[in-house]
Design a protein around this ligand. Structure first.
Ligand code: ADP
Ligand code: MG
Length: 600
């Protein structure tokens, strides 16, 4: 018969350590959290050899008296909660009382600490889980923990560690996270005797970002702040067009705690859907604050993951806030000169048309009726190409009677010429602007189409010669699922026998000659899982994006009038700074930049 026995503490601690202390960075995390929980305003972290050989975390927090210091090494000894219900009011990083005993069970662990009123400090040494005699020591109020020979007693764990460089990268990332979480504390991080960063106390997150990631990065970010129904979001986010190859710079905090939250990362990615290219990730430092009772931090051993009680509310709030901020930026770009505003066009935008006076886009009916001459050059009025939705009296430059021409102003964009058929050069008071004509057309088109899809039925033009399409079984299935959606948006595609279809009509906006190539794109998108019928808004977005990005045919030449109308159209968009795929529509070279390049 099997006999049941209680595991000795040492073994229980090692097992707990397996979950909580998976690598040197986890030791650093736990110790830094303890320092911050102890109210430290100065935290110093030093490590060697990726943390395996040596980790020291020292603080000027409250420190501990001798009895507490001894107790702290017991399993489940914590000063932070007393009952499970306290988790709903949690204001500290720690609460399980597991970290110190776990770390001490897998290392040589040395603790020196002194509490405020005490004469002497206490020094405790635990080696391989065995407590050495406790001694007095001299030290200022606060705590210093030195962890060495990590995992020496647990070879299995040691084997799983990566190279020193990798472990060190994890430690650096971890300390950065806590430095961001608590800008009011001064932080120092030292690796193998070299200072990685040293940041004084900072008044704001932006200052802290500047201290640890550099001023340039900090200046390039946008501040966000919003409050709604008990949720508060603040932080710094990247500008449209600025994306990263990895997710590592999507940094999120919930009630100050750095967390990996799927809800938050997906909300971020979705918010930037249109503002950065596909496959790139946003850059963000986001701090969400909410009632501790509305979030469960006790779902992961290292507390890296959290669960919100109301995920949809959090998600919607984050998306709304970020989209709102990115949208505002588009409007700021239109406003008259904003000095020193970096990547956004400081001069605003003026092509002889006062953009602030550009009337709102015409009502959808007139847009539906409007031809889309960019796609059908033959229909374009001579001497210029009208833009979708800008035909008629809105911004058709060159019809002075109906166009509000602005008086020459500081913020005008003066058209200089077209290079390579693609880049339109403008002179502005602030310097030069290079506009990517295609990207700009795509943006204008995309927004017009999207609105058209949402507000009116799309007309169909019947093809003289229907286009037959043969597909494989999988694509057939996908197309059948979306057929009603496509046919509701101007297509007329009919099933015509097994795996055969016939395109009999295409949307009004499409040049019939483009039907085959567009269809190929469309099928590709279906295969990638896009245009999902159950979310009609998203499917419309994707259809509009496909249409705008792939189907544009630009005439070779560009008249000044076309370019002016294009810029005006662009700046009546919600998000003029990027094309629908998130690439910039224009770049600006200001006088400072030009002078620098010419070494003036
Ligand atoms: P937890 O943080 O979950 O409470 P730990 O094992 O990390 O558990 O720490 C146990 C206790 O030791 C803490 O509750 C705290 O009272 C005390 N402690 C740990 N580190 C420090 C420190 N740097 N300064 C002051 N007290 C500390
Ligand atoms: Mg702790």
């Amino acid at each position: 018969m099997a006999t049941i026995h209680i595991l000795p503490d040492q073994v229980a601690n090692q097992i707990a350590a397996g979950e909580v202390i998976e690598r040197p960075a986890a030791v650093v995390k736990e110790l830094v959290e303890n320092s911050l929980d102890a109210g430290a305003t100065r935290v110093e972290v030093e490590f060697r050899s990726g943390g395996r050989a040596y980790i020291r975390v020292e603080d000027n927090g409250d420190g501990m008296g001798r009895d507490d210091a001894l107790l702290a090494l017991e399993r489940h000894a914590t000063s932070k909660i007393a009952a499970a219900a306290d988790l709903d009011r949690l204001a500290t990083f720690g609460f399980r009382g597991e970290a110190l005993p776990s770390i001490a069970s897998v290392s040589r662990f040395e603790l020196q600490t002194r509490a405020g009123g005490d004469e002497a400090g206490t020094e405790i040494l635990v080696n391989g889980g065995r407590l050495n005699p406790v001694r007095d020591c001299g030290r200022p109020v606060g705590t210093r923990v030195v962890v060495s020979h990590l995992f020496n007693s647990v070879p299995a764990r040691r084997k799983f560690l990566k190279s020193d460089a990798t472990e060190s990268a994890h430690i650096i990332h971890c300390v950065r996270l806590y430095a961001l979480a608590c800008p009011q504390a001064a932080f120092t991080l030292i690796e193998d005797g070299r200072v990685i960063f040293r940041s004084p106390e900072c008044a704001t997150t932006a200052e802290r970002v500047a201290e640890i990631f550099g001023r340039q990065m900090a200046d390039s970010l946008l501040g966000v702040e919003a409050d709604d129904a008990g949720l508060r979001l603040r932080g710094l986010i990247g500008r449209p067009g600025v994306g990263r190859a990895t997710r590592h710079e999507m940094i999120t905090f919930v009630n100050r705690r750095p967390v990996d939250s799927r809800t938050l990362s997906y909300a971020l990615i979705e918010s930037y859907h249109e503002s950065i290219p596909k496959g790139r990730y946003p850059l963000a430092f986001l701090f969400l604050e909410l009632d501790p009772a509305a979030v469960d931090v006790n779902v992961h051993p290292a507390k890296r993951e959290v669960r919100f009680r109301n995920e949809p509310q959090v998600r919607a709030f984050v998306i709304r806030t970020i989209l709102g901020r990115l949208g505002e930026l588009g409007r700021e770009a239109m406003a008259p000169s904003i000095p020193g505003s970096g990547a956004i066009p400081p001069g605003g935008c003026d092509t002889g048309v006062d953009l602030r006076a550009v009337p709102p886009p015409p009502p959808p009916e007139s847009r539906i009726a409007a031809p889309f001459p960019v796609f059908r050059p033959s229909l374009a009025p001579s001497g210029g190409v009208a833009l979708p939705g800008t035909t008629g009296a809105t911004v058709a430059a060159g019809t002075p009677a109906s166009t509000p021409i602005a008086p020459p102003s500081r913020s005008r964009w003066r058209y200089v010429g077209l290079a390579h058929g693609v880049y339109a050069l403008f002179e502005t008071d602030a310097g030069l602007v290079l506009l990517d004509r295609r990207a700009a057309h795509e943006r204008v088109w995309y927004e017009r189409l999207r609105e058209q899809f949402a507000t009116a039925k799309v007309g169909t033009q019947r093809l003289l010669l229907p286009v037959p399409v043969e597909l494989d079984a999988i694509t057939t299935e996908l197309l059948l699922e979306r057929l009603a959606f496509l046919n509701g948006h101007g297509f007329e595609i009919v099933e015509f026998g097994r795996n055969f279809f016939r395109v009999e009509g295409v949307p009004e906006w499409m040049e019939p000659a483009d039907v085959e190539s567009f269809l190929r794109d469309l099928l590709g998108a279906l295969r990638e899982g896009l245009l999902v019928a159950k979310d009609i808004d998203l499917a419309r977005d994707e259809l509009a994006r496909l249409a705008a990005v792939r189907a544009i045919r630009l005439p070779d030449g560009a008249s000044e009038r076309e370019m002016q109308a294009l810029v005006a159209g662009l700046f009546s968009c919600r998000q003029p700074l990027t094309n629908p795929a998130g690439r910039p529509t224009f770049i600006e070279l200001n006088h400072g930049e030009l002078a620098r390049r010419f070494q003036k």
